[in-house]
Design a protein. Structure first.
Lengths: 253, 121
């Protein structure tokens, strides 16, 4: 996955992500594609969660999955989740859960609860930072005013790092793939460098959802694992999800 | 290391999406949180149950490829069915509702919903 939160020169925030999934889960030789990736695309939906006929939050989701990986609370905050691989992975959390140690939360359930119940960027950040998890993750959070954007790097039990935008001399955007931002990405899976190169060309003067879409659909940021691209503007209460493929020649990940 | 052969120059003016990379818009559904959790997903699942069945069949097929006897898949599905009873409100009820609406075994729907935790090793 690749998630970006960026702030333009007026302080307006944009949030977008590529959802990549299906690595090593069946390769279709005939069509040169990942089987699960292709099967997730027709399951991708935009959801509008309502109570009393009023929108509580919106998300981009898979039919049949009740957790959240991308969503927005209109006018308040936006949230995406990127996968974080670790030896101390979710299988340990599941094992502990089965044995009765149930003080951690399932990743998708936490993001759903945050989107449903949190009332501010700070509240969402607090929940995503402090809640114990069953699996490690990256949470990418955006808000509705200047400086409200961050990447939260989570292990199962604690927060390893919070990387903020535009405060104390921080960058005008944060960009997360599937590696800790303070370390180099795996050399055979470096989507970060090309994505950053494209973002740096855009500058805060020209950043917008269409220009972020340009970044996310540039190969190898776009790759054979990409299921969809979601664009979010909290201020405009706007969330758009497009199903994407990567025609050959294209990186398998 | 050689330069990435498939990398390209940064794209420009690709929005609104079109061309061979664009596979369509995600359809929009309303999820009514005023409904009982077991009923919230009925309309969506009714529309997508064929695609969901295709996916869960593929996941089962991949596991069977790793463990051809089928015993591991059987045990996993049985355990995941039991696991559903431990999931918190309203997720347990929603997952059970999805299994009922789709006609897909509960264990397979649970697996789809906890796949992230399984996959992060």
């Amino acid at each position: 996955c690749t998630s970006i939160v960026a702030e333009d020169k007026t302080g307006k925030l944009y949030h977008a992500r590529n959802l990549d999934f299906g690595l090593f889960l069946g390769w279709d030789v005939k069509n040169s594609s990942w089987t699960i990736t292709e099967e997730l695309r027709p399951l991708t939906v935009s959801l509008d969660f309502q109570r009393n006929n009023k929108t509580v939050f919106k998300s981009s989701n898979f039919a049949g999955y009740v957790g959240m990986v991308s969503g927005m609370k209109p006018g308040i905050f936006s949230l995406t989740m990127n996968e974080r691989f670790s030896i101390d992975g979710g299988y340990i959390g599941i094992f502990q859960w089965i044995l009765g140690k149930r003080d951690g939360m399932w990743m998708g359930f936490l993001t759903r609860a945050v989107l449903e119940n949190s009332t501010s960027y700070e509240d969402a950040k607090d929940q995503l930072t402090k809640t114990k998890l069953l699996a490690p993750a990256y949470f990418i959070l955006g808000g509705n005013r200047t400086g409200q954007g961050c990447v939260i790097t989570r292990s199962r039990l604690s927060t390893l790092d919070i990387w903020n935008i535009n405060t104390n001399g921080g960058p005008w955007y944060v960009l997360e793939t599937n590696y800790d931002h303070w370390e180099d990405p795996f050399v055979l899976d470096d989507r970060r460098t090309p994505a950053r190169r494209c973002m740096d060309r855009i500058t805060p003067e020209n950043i917008s959802l269409p220009t972020i879409f340009d970044v996310l659909t540039t190969k190898p940021v776009l790759n054979k694992l990409t299921v969809s691209t979601t664009l979010i503007s909290v201020t405009d209460s706007r969330i758009e999800t497009y199903l994407l493929g990567c025609p050959d020649p294209c990186n398998p990940w | 290391l050689a330069k990435d052969p498939y990398a390209e120059e940064c794209r420009n003016e690709s929005y609104p999406p079109s061309g061979p990379r664009f596979k369509g818009n995600a359809p929009v559904y309303i999820i009514n949180l005023d409904l009982p959790p077991s009923k919230r997903w009925d309309q969506l699942i009714n529309d997508k149950k064929v695609q969901l069945k295709t996916l869960t069949d593929t996941m089962r097929g991949i596991m069977t490829a790793f463990f051809p006897s089928g015993k591991v898949v059987h045990i996993l599905e049985k355990e995941l069915t039991l696991l559903s009873a431990t999931l918190p409100y309203p997720f347990r009820e929603e997952i059970e509702g999805i299994a009922k609406a789709s006609g897909i075994p509960l264990g397979e729907i649970v697996m789809f919903n906890v796949f992230y935790e399984i996959f992060t090793v």
